[in-house]
Design a binder for this molecule. Structure first.
Ligand code: GDP
Length: 179
C-alpha cells in the first residue's frame, strides 16, 4: 500500500537536548498510526512505519542522529547524504541551538547543492513560554532565508509534532509529482 519511491528516509537533525528523541518516540508510538502496530523496525536509531497523510499512506523511515555534535563529522556527513528529507530542530528556549540549526542548514546545502531536499525548520519546546529565547518571527525569518518551511512544536504537549511529519510527506510528494 505504500507509495512508489518509499520508504522516505526522514532525518532528525539538531543540537543535543532540543527534543529529537522526544520526536522519535512520538513517531514510534501508536498515537496517529493507521493500523496501530508499532514500529516495524525500532532499533535505537531507526524506526519505520506507515502513516496516513491526506488519505494516502506513506512509509517513513525515521533516523535520529542523536548526538550529531560538530566533532562527530562521520555520523553527520553520513546522515547529510542519506536523507530524503530533514526535520531541523532547535529549542525556542536555547539560542545556541537556533544558531546550530543554521549551521546544519548550511552544511546540508553543501552536501546537496543541486537538490530540492525538503526541510522543515522546527522550533520545539514552544510550551516553555517563559523561557523563550527565540521569537516566532525570528524562526520564520530564518526559514525564509534558508528556503524551508517552519513550524513551532511541543513534543512535551504533543503539539504540532504530527503536523511536522505530515508537512514533510506533503513536500516529498510535491517533489515526487513534479518529476
Ligand atoms: P535530544 O538530545 O535532541 O534527543 O533531546 P531529547 O528528546 O532527549 O530532549 C531533551 C530534554 O528536553 C528532555 O528532558 C525532554 O523531556 C525535554 N523536551 C523535549 N521536547 C520538549 C518539549 O517540547 N517541551 C519541553 N518542556 N521539554 C521537552
Amino acid at each position: 500500500a505504500s507509495e512508489p519511491g518509499g520508504p522516505y528516509r526522514v532525518v532528525l537533525l539538531g543540537a543535543s537536548g532540543v527534543g529529537k528523541t522526544a520526536f522519535a518516540s512520538i513517531f514510534a508510538g501508536a498515537a496517529d498510526s493507521m493500523d496501530s502496530d508499532d514500529c516495524e523496525l525500532c532499533g535505537d536509531e531507526v524506526c519505520e512505519k506507515e502513516i496516513e497523510v491526506d488519505g494516502e499512506l506513506a512509509t517513513i523511515m525515521l533516523l535520529d542522529t542523536w548526538d550529531s555534535e560538530p566533532d562527530n563529522d562521520w555520523t553527520q556527513e553520513r546522515y547529510m547524504q542519506t536523507g530524503d528529507a530533514y526535520l531541523l530542530l532547535y529549542s525556542i528556549t536555547d539560542r545556541t541551538s537556533f544558531l546550530r540549526a543554521s549551521e546544519l542548514r548550511i552544511t546540508l546545502r553543501r552536501f546537496r547543492p543541486a537538490q530540492h531536499t525538503p526541510i522543515i525548520l522546527v522550533g520545539n519546546k514552544c510550551d516553555l513560554v517563559r523561557r523563550r529565547e527565540v521569537s516566532v518571527s525570528e524562526g520564520r525569518a530564518c526559514a525564509a532565508v534558508f528556503d524551508c518551511k517552519f513550524i513551532e512544536t511541543s513534543a512535551a504537549m504533543q503539539h504540532n509534532v504530527w503536523e511536522a511529519f505530515h508537512g514533510i510527506v506533503r513536500q516529498l510528494r510535491l517533489r515526487r509529482d513534479s518529476k
